[in-house]
Design a protein around this ligand. Structure first.
Ligand code: ASP
Ligand code: CP
Length: 320
């Protein structure tokens, strides 16, 4: 099996060196119109003309899929957009065969989302074009990690160097199943932040300390010290079975909400100037109140806008 050259792809933030991380964020900033959104037109609009970016999404998505498409379009590339329903995956074709087919038709980069940890890495071993991991099971979601650093550093007034030293970022909820929490921690710790996982011991187990973060089961105790809280969705789909099966150790959703939801009352006890984050999709009333999601501390939509910028940066780095 051929080794994967990590620099030719974006498979994760675990092990990414500081210079590549900062260079991607700086490139993202070069596309920022000053409001956190992508500048329309300009020199970069032709950068990837003649190239095709292929979204291969075998798991549902709104933000990541739309923003990769827009990022490619903003750089002048064509977009091919494939999802599992409606593709020949439903006839039994594997992800690797699908990726080879798309490359053979003229795809110049493959953006892969799958419920299987390691899916993007496996594809990268079998194709000749750059592969971007758009979320692989509970493993990593590297562009989410980048966009979260971008949005938070911008909100903190630190977008000059995207440096987070002296800041504490708490991921709250289902950290054990969250590829977002993992990529956030790998990226944010590289940028100097102190990471915390907060949640029921089954979803934020002490073993997560191996990732370099502190672990707590007491949200109320953490709120006064965190500079940002990233409220995680309960990953029902990763706890076996379908529908809203309550994750192990959670008792009931009512109990979960009582202990770990960022309600308006709890948000009032946050550190002054602290920010509320959420990778989306938001389940209003469960991981946080709608009023908090829409409130003055929330940078949730800034995260979404930053997603277009960092995905432009990644495509420009790998294809430009
Ligand atoms: N959208 C993020 C992901 O795909 C977070 C979530 O779905 O809860 O990992
Ligand atoms: N944050 C995130 O990945 O959202 P989607 O699942 O909607 O792409």
């Amino acid at each position: 099996m051929p080794a994967v050259d990590a620099q030719r792809h974006l498979l994760g933030l675990d092990g990414m060196d500081r210079s590549r991380l900062v260079s991607l964020l700086e490139r993202a900033r070069s596309f920022d119109d000053g409001t956190g959104r992508a500048t329309r037109g300009g020199e970069h609009a032709e950068l990837l003309r003649g190239q095709n970016v292929c979204n291969l999404f075998f798991e549902d998505s709104t933000r990541t899929r739309v923003s990769f498409s827009l990022a490619a379009t903003n750089l002048g590339a064509g977009v091919i957009d494939l999802t599992a329903p409606g593709s020949s995956v439903t006839k039994g074709e594997t992800i690797i065969d699908t990726a080879n087919v798309v490359e053979a038709t003229g795809g110049d980069a493959l953006v892969i989302r799958s419920s299987a940890p390691g899916a993007a890495q496996s594809v990268a071993r079998h194709v000749g074009v750059p592969v971007i991991n758009a979320g692989d099971g509970a493993h990593e979601h590297p562009t989410q990690g980048l966009l979260d650093i971008y949005a938070l550093a911008s909100a903190l007034g630190r977008a000059d160097a995207f440096e987070l030293s002296g800041r504490t970022v708490a991921s709250v909820g289902d950290s054990i199943s969250s590829r977002v929490a993992r990529s956030d921690f790998f990226g944010m710790i590289t940028r100097g932040a102190r990471g915390m996982c907060v949640g029921p011991p089954t979803l934020a187990p002490p073993a997560l300390r191996a990732m370099g973060c502190a672990v707590s089961s007491d949200l109320d105790a953490v709120l006064g010290e965190a500079d940002a809280v990233q409220m995680l969705r309960l990953q029902f789909e990763r706890h076996g079975g379908s529908g809203e099966r309550v994750p192990p150790g959670v008792g009931s959703l009512r109990e979960y909400r009582a202990l770990y939801s960022l309600t308006s009352e709890r948000a009032a006890s946050m550190k002054p100037g602290a920010f509320v984050m959420h990778p989306g999709p938001v389940n209003r009333g469960l991981e946080l109140d709608g009023a908090v999601a829409d409130g003055g501390r929330s940078i949730i939509l800034k995260q979404v806008s930053a997603g277009v910028l960092v995905r432009m940066a990644v495509l420009a780095e790998l294809l430009g």
